[in-house]
Ligand binder design. Structure first.
Ligand code: UDP
Length: 328
């Protein structure tokens, strides 16, 4: 299968490309390289293009004999979205409108869409099922929610079959150390904790230790990026087998606190994690934990690498040599 991976030079997209190639499919990356990395495109061609350019994307679909599409090209940093909402709506929403137009012109009907648990906002029930009301509390979550509504409408007229995969906290790096998380600036917990352990950039800010959680710090459901990639392949196969459109959480069902992540970083790296307690970060829910039943039922999803030790071990093996630090 020839799969157009829009945003395939980014963190999650590049892991999907690797997983597609490992099973014999060809990933064709379309990426404007505004955040992605040329060096992360290793398993097929790179078309350096903005997804909002409908005619160029349509042309690429025809030139590359594309069979199915996956979309990862989005702005993801919550704080940035609050500061620059228009840029988020433009890239995250207008980008998908353009992609759907190109798919329609190209008679392509299968789309795996990268969504997020941020569509739920502050959940009323834990673990979070797919029936939880979708009331996002930040611009990032709003844009993903609105795209899901659009996908529902387009799918309703019978021209599109999509899977909207609502990720919890993607983390880790490929087990062989080939690719990993390289955001700039980095805002995510695992790389920031590793950076502090490596002695780079000063102490990490721990955003809030007064939440109503067992140790006062936020609880999240961390999922290894390689497990996430496998779930995407299964979602794509399900659509190709003729299943109707669906939305599904991707998490492990286990909550891990920020403090527990720092403990795991200390244990994996053998180094302390210098940190200071800082005020809560705007928009952070106290706890986000996925109900995993639907992913198991629809995708047969069983995470293989998503325990904290393995996530951190793989992330450290990826970062340490790049930072010039001995990994053990
Ligand atoms: N966090 C933190 N310090 C950091 C980065 C994150 O304390 O430098 C906390 C953050 O407040 C949240 C958790 O770690 O409670 C996970 O944040 P991350 O940005 O990794 O993912 P998010 O939950 O925002 O998708």
């Amino acid at each position: 299968m020839r799969v157009l991976v829009v945003g395939g030079a980014g963190y999650i997209g590049s892991h999907i490309c690797k997983a597609l190639a490992e099973r014999g499919d060809t990933p064709i990356v379309l990426d404007n390289l505004s955040r992605g990395h040329r060096h992360a495109v290793k398993w097929g061609p790179l078309i350096e293009q903005d997804v909002r350019n409908v005619s160029a994307v349509t042309q690429a679909m025809s030139d590359q004999h594309i069979d199915a599409v996956m979309h990862f090209a989005a702005n993801i940093e919550v704080g940035e979205g609050q500061r620059e909402p228009l840029a988020f709506w433009d890239n995250n929403v207008a980008g998908v409108i353009a992609l759907l137009q190109a798919m329609e012109r190209s008679d392509l009907r299968h789309l795996v869409f990268s969504s997020t648990c941020a569509v739920y906002g502050e959940p009323q029930t834990l673990p979070i099922t797919e029936d939880e009301p979708r009331t996002p509390v930040n611009v990032y979550g709003q844009t993903k929610h609105v795209v899901e509504l659009m996908l529902e409408d387009v799918s309703g007229i019978g021209t599109l079959n999509y899977a909207a995969l609502r990720y919890f906290n993607a983390a880790g790096a490929s087990p062989d150390g080939e690719i990993g998380e390289e955001h700039d600036p980095e805002t995510h917990l695992v790389p920031n904790a590793l950076k502090a352990a490596a002695g780079l950039g000063g102490p990490m800010h721990l955003f809030g230790d007064d939440y109503e959680t067992p140790d006062g710090t936020c609880v999240r459901d961390y999922i290894h990026v390689t497990d996430l990639a496998q779930a995407h392949l299964k979602a794509l196969d399900r659509l190709r087998d003729g299943a109707p459109s669906f939305a599904c959480n991707l998490g492990t069902g286990s909550g891990i606190s920020v403090k527990q992540i720092l403990d795991a970083v200390e244990s994996v790296t053998g180094r302390p994690v210098p940190h200071s307690i800082s005020p809560r970060r705007a928009g952070d829910a106290a706890q986000l934990i996925s109900d995993t039943r639907l992913a198991r039922e629809l995708l047969g999803f069983e995470p293989a690498f998503s325990d904290a030790q393995t996530i951190i071990k793989h992330a450290w093996a990826f970062h340490a040599p790049r930072w010039g630090v001995a990994s053990l």
